[in-house]
Design a protein. Structure first.
Lengths: 267, 267
């Protein structure tokens, strides 16, 4: 199973100005496709810290390192400099990336949205760590960047959510076929019980019996609700197998709860 | 300035089932009160990984380590075991914490919300790393936990947002007077400009001139918007000083943009 790490680069997340929804979206994608996110690290737009975070993720043997944010034209967009420093590679202008940037801005200028021309700030988005491949961004100006290093693949994506999603979904299908090929299933149920602690022993028993199924209880409002949401999730090589694992754990918990006089229905 | 780190513990965040809004709320609190969040780390409910994350934050000289999630009664709530392992301390039942848990459940049972009594699952919430102090939770069952270690303070808070906020706001005022005593100011403006890259040189100049002010530009939709949001934020020992710093940077950018024929108005 692919072990992924997400590195979110952005002072605006650390200051609390912006909620990092990118990491949640990426975590769902990785999980649904059969991978596992081992860690999400949010760090500032600082070259040394980005470099160390990349080295740490490689050292922890992550197969896939997804880095978001900091690819834009401004002075505080330092992600590619950080990745290059972390890998001990030079930064150089990439011809393919420059072609992508030129094409985007020519299109936007033709529609009257921006001034034409490759300014220094725009050219900066085509300066990549050596050995990188640019990834077409169908929404915005900054290409994504893919770097393969030892057994890991590093993918840098823009922080603007629509651009991040477009590159992930459109420009990496070959990588996902290799790294995230699995199917994913989930199922939820509602337990009619006043208190999470009454569910705990049954939750524990089913988790132990079905180690491949991730089972989580969610209390909606402490002490007030008489239902608790229980979610089951599993990955497998086929969708049918993932569904069968989830269903088996769901049925086992339902049977245990029925014996304890606790109603449990699909949600 | 207090250097804070946030450690969010939760498989449900790593799987993408839940968006971690707690870290954003805590980051805003720390920033507004004059601290700085250096890192947010999201990790699974695994004792060894929690232990290592706590040790790493202490080793990076964080003054304040805010840990969220994993304080509840279920088997996968392992945060206190992880903190204890990270600090090399034993876990012991804490009398004050047990009193808090007993009081909460007695209140809820009196209102008919839960069954009365201290079950093993409920007692678990009063088993703390040695040398901890429990923090009253006015909303839910699990006390927060404070541990002072070398020059750092570790605060463990529940993952349920309302409980996390209640403990932070109500049960730690003495700590904030010491660690987060400063005032915070922010101000925003809208630049009438088609493209972030045209703003970049002016942004860079003002950032260099006002290193104590954090200035961020936000593009709403690439290539489509004719306005870019610029936010300025600063902390200082008094609210007036923080505001003066923000205002000076705001005025400097407005003047530079006026000279470049770019309108800039308060937002």
């Amino acid at each position: 199973m692919t072990q992924a790490e997400i590195i979110a680069v952005g002072n605006e997340v650390l200051s609390g100005d912006v909620v990092d929804t990118n990491s949640n979206w990426l975590a769902r994608q990785v999980t649904r496709r059969g991978g596992r996110v081992a860690r999400i690290t949010t760090i500032p737009d600082t070259v040394d810290i980005i470099a160390q975070a990349v080295r740490d993720a490689v050292a922890r043997r992550a197969d896939l390192i997804l880095v978001t944010g900091g690819l834009g034209p401004t002075a505080d967009d330092l992600t590619l400099a950080g990745i290059a420093a972390g890998l001990g590679r030079n930064l150089t202008e990439d011809a393919a990336a420059l072609g992508m940037v030129a094409r985007r801005y020519a299109e936007l200028a033709a529609r009257g949205y921006v001034q034409p021309g490759l300014t220094d700030a725009r050219r900066k988005m085509a300066v990549l760590p050596q050995g990188s491949r640019p990834l077409w961004n169908s929404i915005g100006g900054a290409p994504g960047v893919r770097v393969d290093v030892e057994d890991a693949t590093i993918v840098a994506l823009p922080g603007v959510p629509e651009e991040m999603k477009a590159i992930f979904l459109e420009s990496l299908t070959d990588l996902w076929a290799e790294r995230l090929p699995l199917a994913y299933a989930e199922r939820a149920g509602l337990a009619q019980v006043q208190d999470d602690s009454l569910l705990a022993p049954h939750h524990r028993a089913v988790s132990a019996a079905f180690p491949n199924v991730y089972i989580k209880t969610r209390v909606q409002a402490f002490g007030m609700a008489d239902t608790i949401l229980v979610t089951f999730a599993a990955s497998a090589s086929t969708a049918a197998e993932a569904q069968a694992r989830v269903d088996a754990a769901f049925d086992a918990l339902r049977d245990l709860l029925a014996a304890a006089d606790i109603a449990f229905v699909g949600a």
